[in-house]
Design a protein around this ligand. Structure first.
Ligand code: ADP
Ligand code: MG
Length: 669
């Protein structure tokens, strides 16, 4: 009888109903699913070591072949105990072999497990306690990997042992690998230096060496990438058949938007507006990611899209991650929108019940064209007469499900996602192939990069003198602390605010905001800062997103070593928005300073993001599942962009492969 990858796992010897159930918990239904499991960790199974040489292997895992000399049991009080099994090398006659011990803490039942004279093989880690001993070694079993071989660790679930799973996987490999036909053309495999699937499966689950394993895993990862890309392609095609409200932006709407602005849009902004106009005019719902460094002027692009949707007789919603930001969007855009005949409202967690009811009613009745807000926009009882456009600002601040809740409030809603934490364009298009990407790569004119200095905390007096002089001339200042309360030698926002109030800065007003200040009060203090009543704003990183105060020219960040470089870049994007020179002082401990130094040299958000990405790793970005996270112990944590690009191209050029992998992806849901 021959079996294939599509057969249920129960065709394998040793897999009955009970194990099938356990396997299902790790996502395995079929033989093919077993083959697709990727080991989490790889270790070399330790060698067999003569007892006399154990000392040279301290800290490593080894196997010893020994004879039991005796067992001592020590009670240590409070339920703790120690079983010491005295052992000798069994290659020597009884009583003549080199000696060692196996130590088992708190497993009293083991005292009867070793009868004197028995010959056993034990596998464990060599420790010094104070003589050389093995820490809780296990009996070697027939199905353990042989000494010196590679030992793979698969993801498990309770009730399913590593050895059992390993042997089931090996059975699946033996049964099917010889007959597996690789659907990918030879030429593609050759170019990527990948083994064909059948070989890859054997190399992955029964590797001869690490190189073979690496190559095998890469071939399997290409399959994961293909499934991912095929799924995106399917989604994109479904989108093409969508029926979003087509919102046409004639010359008249464009002219009106431009004349409502107090400045000339940059060429980049014009280009993005063109892209938006093109997308919005179609029945296929827009899915556009707008990437632009802080201060690049994304808001204007959003404003344009909102106006287009509203002028076409539909509604738009603009979602922001914080009340401060929503409120600020609303404050700046409302007037411009009104001039365009667009009726807009604000809805946040602190909107009072009466206003909220009114706004809800007006949106449902189509008496409002646009709404700005926070999570309050996601509420189930909020309905729109005709939602055509959803804008999500700082989109990475929201989970997929949250965003979906907003999009679900209309049928085939046009989506504009905005972010100031860009990722490189090719990467973005590869990973998010169902998104179109726009990039604002030009800053409004007259914007100088802020002068950034990485300093130690003992430079504080100099920094203070510098910023106090700026504040004297009417400029404003942000002062950031990673935490609210002081701890471990680092000042918190509260302590800093108190200290600055007593300094020369005090005379011009110091405001403090952080997550624990009640919203109404926080907004009041922010307004005081915006209006210049308080020249200094002390805060935690809640200030990071979106605050736009042109008068602000300086930012001081204490404990900067605790923040990510992309985050710091966002923060310094808060200053210098009014043109002219601006300063950013990063105070960090000695260990943290080197990492931050490159911020002194570049003001390019894309470069910062790329560096940040390199240090954080791709897993962050993709979630573990999609990366097929690299197995620990293989030492290749690098994202395999080549594979992703190959997968994208294959799916784009071969309908057969696209369908094959889309079907596989589908069957895996
Ligand atoms: P971000 O991309 O970070 O959201 P904003 O949209 O908040 O940036 O814009 C930053 C600042 O630049 C705002 O004060 C905005 O009014 C101003 N701005 C945007 N576009 C231009 C432009 N073309 N010319 C001059 N100033 C502009
Ligand atoms: Mg913004």
């Amino acid at each position: 009888m021959t079996h294939g990858v599509d057969d249920p796992a129960t065709v394998l010897r040793g897999v009955g109903e009970r194990r099938a159930l356990l396997l299902r918990r790790i996502g395995v239904e079929t033989v093919g699913d077993l083959l697709a499991l990727q080991p989490r960790r790889v270790e070399t199974r330790g060698p067999v070591v003569p007892v006399g040489e154990l000392a040279e292997h301290e800290g490593s895992w080894v196997q010893v072949n020994v004879r039991v000399r005796g067992v001592a049991f020590v009670r240590k009080g409070r339920g703790r105990s120690l079983v010491r099994v005295s052992l000798e090398d069994r290659d020597a006659p009884a009583g003549k072999g080199a000696r060692t011990e196996a130590l088992y803490f708190n497993q009293p039942y083991l005292r009867n497990a070793f009868e004197k004279g028995r010959e056993v093989e034990l596998y464990g880690r060599v420790v010094r306690a104070p003589g050389v001993a093995l820490a809780a070694p296990r009996l070697v079993r027939d199905d353990d990997p042989p000494p010196g071989s590679l030992e793979l660790t698969y993801p498990l679930t309770e009730g399913l042992g590593q050895n059992v799973l390993r042997s089931i996987v090996l059975r699946a490999v033996e049964l099917t690998a010889p007959s597996v036909v690789d659907p990918l053309p030879r030429e593609v495999l050759g170019r990527l230096e990948l083994p064909p699937l059948g070989v890859a499966l054997v190399a992955t689950h029964r590797p001869n060496d690490r190189d073979a394993l690496r190559a095998g895993l890469r071939r399997l990862r290409l399959d994961s990438a293909l499934e991912f890309q095929a799924r995106l392609a399917a989604r994109r095609r479904a989108r093409e058949r969508g029926s979003a409200p087509a919102c046409r932006a004639g010359a008249e709407v464009r002219g009106a938007v431009l004349s409502a602005l107090p400045f000339e849009p940059t060429a980049a902004q014009r280009r993005v507006m063109d892209e938006l106009a093109h997308d919005l005019a179609r029945r296929a719902p827009m899915r556009r990611l707008l990437q632009g460094d802080v201060g690049a002027g994304k808001t204007v692009c959003a404003l344009f899209a909102v106006a287009v949707a509203a002028r076409a007789g539909h509604q738009a919603a603009v979602l922001a991650p914080t009340e401060v930001l929503a409120e600020q969007h609303f404050a700046t855009e409302r007037e411009r929108l009104e001039r365009l005949g667009v009726r807009a409202a604000l809805l946040t967690g602190s909107t009072n019940a009466r206003t909220r009811r009114k706004v809800h009613a007006q949106l449902a009745a189509g008496e409002l064209d646009a709404v700005f807000g926070t999570h309050a926009l996601l509420s189930d009882d909020l309905r729109f007469a005709s939602l055509a456009l959803a804008v999500v600002d700082e989109q990475h601040r929201f989970g997929v499900l949250q965003r979906e809740r907003l999009f679900a409030k209309g049928r085939d809603v046009h989506q504009l996602l905005m972010t100031a934490t860009p990722i490189p364009r090719t990467l973005a298009q590869t990973l998010w192939a169902d998104l179109d990407v726009s990039v604002l790569d030009e800053k409004p004119p007259g914007r100088e990069p802020s002068r950034t200095f990485v300093l130690g905390h003992d430079d504080l007096p100099r920094v203070l003198a510098h910023v106090a002089a700026r504040v004297e001339t009417g400029e404003s200042l942000f002062w950031i602390a990673p935490r609210i309360e002081s701890a471990a030698g680092a000042r918190g926002a509260e302590e800093i605010a108190a200290a600055l109030s007593r300094s020369p800065l005090g005379a011009r007003g110091v405001a403090l905001v952080h997550g624990e200040v009640p919203t109404a009060e926080r907004l009041r203090r922010l307004a005081a800062f915006r209006d210049g009543e308080a020249a200094t704003l002390v805060g935690t990183t809640v200030l990071e997103v979106g605050i736009d105060v042109p008068r602000a020219t300086c930012i001081v960040v204490e404990g900067a070593e605790r923040l990510g470089t992309a985050q710091i870049h966002q923060l310094r994007g808060r200053v210098g928005r009014g043109g002219g020179t601006s300063w950013c002082f990063l105070l960090a401990n000695e260990a943290g300073r080197d990492r931050l130094r490159f911020l002194e040299r570049t003001d390019d958000g894309f470069e910062v993001a790329e560096r940040d990405l390199a240090t954080r790793g791709m897993g962050d970005l993709l979630g573990e599942r999609q990366t097929g996270a690299n197995a620990e112990g293989l030492g290749d944590g690098e994202p395999d962009l080549e594979l992703w690009l190959a997968a994208r191209d294959l799916v784009a050029t071969s309908p057969e492969l696209r369908e094959l992998y889309a079907a596989r992806a589908e069957s895996r849901r």
